[in-house]
Design a protein around this ligand. Structure first.
Ligand code: CMC
Length: 428
């Protein structure tokens, strides 16, 4: 009769072991009982880059990479982008259920009334070099926020966690916008709490001498959709960093700075920046075949293509393509879209990409939209970090509340020299 277990025979000893199978996994610690001798530590699993290891149970986001499906708390990303608004979906991700009208109103009010940062934070940001990369400023400033909230280290209190989560979600757009204004040598614009989350962000970015910034509805909605689709993506590199750092019970500001640093890399959230640079470098649709050949021969990657989990079209890439067309109606067409579309067309017919299941990911088209909106390329990772703050915090809180979690501490296979005696300098 079928049993939910795995029988393992250790050919070193001839012994057999039965380990339970639950939710399609075995517990790595169950392997520890398998020993070649009395003083053997016990078998471990080796999985660099967590290719086949689940590090947690999670009820937040589900990615079905084979079928190209993304669900937040069970709801398809397409429905959330078409019918939801960013703060509503943030509430869903954090709380597990869609808010009622009253809950949404209270949550929106709470977030929009904590968008200001302490003046010292502003002064701190002003101390950066005039051309500092906005992401470097963002990471450092989020970390610095912990020093403004001494109570932030009390992560065991549910009430305090909610207080900190709200503060962070409210303040990241302000920090992001200040980093942009600093980089451009423009005066920082204070938040306008009468605007929506995205409208206020656009105001803090673009407002000049006008008494009130007039938000373009199409651009506000496009940004809202982009924020929804970047809000969470289960156990990616930066979320894993958030959980790992937070597992030491450090405050969420410090953990989030670490997560944002992980996002900055070109293989993760820095990819949208890398895509734009790549498209600009290709420069012309006629150069696309030659560029594809260079990628195939190992000269660099096709940025914005491929994903550890998606082995089918990333549903966010499909949605973004549609948003791009709406934005172009307001801003005019970004000529880079033609190069991107041609790259996608050729790549999806080419055996190199087909056999490796490489499809466009979320970053392939997002930068093209940000660029026509007038946002500079080096702000792109920051634009990713603003909405991902919600996912990081939801995953952080889930980790804190999970009785199975402990401080994250992987094992290693030691490959260095065996124990040896120190040799004095004169004898070396
Ligand atoms: N262009 C060309 N070849 C690629 C690419 C690419 N973008 N991505 C993967 N490959 C090849 C890779 O060379 C390897 O080939 P081979 O088997 O011959 O050695 C094979 O495909 C498998 O690649 P991998 O590096 O083992 O795959 P991974 O799961 O470790 O990497 C990835 C996933 C996203 C880091 C990678 O696909 C990549 O570098 N893509 C470009 C950067 C990018 O767009 N990142 C954004 C990811 S989505 C947003 C986010 O979550 O941050």
């Amino acid at each position: 009769m079928a049993r939910d277990s795995l029988t393992i025979t250790d050919n070193r000893t001839g012994k057999s072991y039965e380990v339970p199978v639950e939710a399609g996994t075995i517990r790595a610690v169950d392997l520890r009982q398998i020993k070649a001798g009395a003083d053997d530590f016990g078998l471990m699993s080796y999985d660099p880059a967590f290719i086949n290891t689940a590090s947690t149970r999670s009820a937040i986001t589900e990615v079905d990479g084979e079928r190209g499906i993304l669900l937040y708390r069970g709801y398809p990303i397409e429905q959330l982008c078409e019918q939801g608004t960013y703060l509503e979906i943030a509430y869903l991700i954090l709380n597990g259920e869609l808010p009622t009208a009253a809950q949404l109103e209270a949550w929106t009010h709470e977030v929009l009334h904590h968008t200001f940062v302490h003046e010292n934070i502003k002064e701190l940001m002003q101390a950066f070099r005039y051309d500092a990369h906005p992401m470097g400023m963002f990471i450092s400033t989020v970390a610095a926020l912990s020093s403004f909230y001494p109570e932030a280290s009390d992560v065991e209190s549910a009430e305090n966690r909610r207080y900190l989560i709200t503060r962070l979600i409210a303040k990241v757009p302000t920090i992001a916008a200040f980093s942009y204004r600093h980089n451009r040598g423009l005066p920082y614009v204070y938040p306008n709490n009468n605007l929506s989350y995205c409208g206020n962000f656009l105001s803090m970015i673009f407002k000049m001498s006008e008494p009130e910034y007039r938000v373009n509805r199409t651009l506000e909605q496009a940004l809202d959709i982009l924020f929804i689709m970047h809000a969470d993506h289960e156990q990616n590199c930066s979320t894993n960093a958030m959980r790992a750092i937070g597992s030491s019970r450090v405050d969420p500001f410090s953990a989030l700075a670490g997560a944002a640093a992980a996002l900055y890399g070109p293989l993760h959230g820095g990819a949208n920046e890398a895509v734009l640079r790549m498209l600009a470098q290709i420069g012309d649709v006629r150069q696309v075949p030659a560029f594809i050949e260079r990628v195939k021969s190992g000269e660099g990657r096709l940025m914005g293509f491929g994903h550890r989990v998606y082995k089918n079209y990333d549903p966010r890439a499909r949605l973004i393509k549609r948003v791009a067309e709406q934005v172009f109606e307001v801003t005019g067409r970004n000529p880079l879209i033609d190069i991107a579309v041609e790259l996608e067309r050729i790549a999806l017919q080419d055996d190199y990409f087909v056999s490796r299941k490489l499809y466009p990911n979320v970053d392939f088209y997002s930068g093209i939209i940000y660029q026509v909106m007038g946002l500079p390329v080096d702000l792109f990772p920051v634009l990713f970090a603003i909405p991902r703050t919600v996912g990081w915090l939801a995953q952080w809180e889930e980790m804190i509340m999970d009785p199975e979690q402990k401080i994250a501490r992987p094992r290693q296979i030691y490959t260095g020299p065996a124990q040896r005696d120190y040799v004095p300098l004169k004898k070396r």
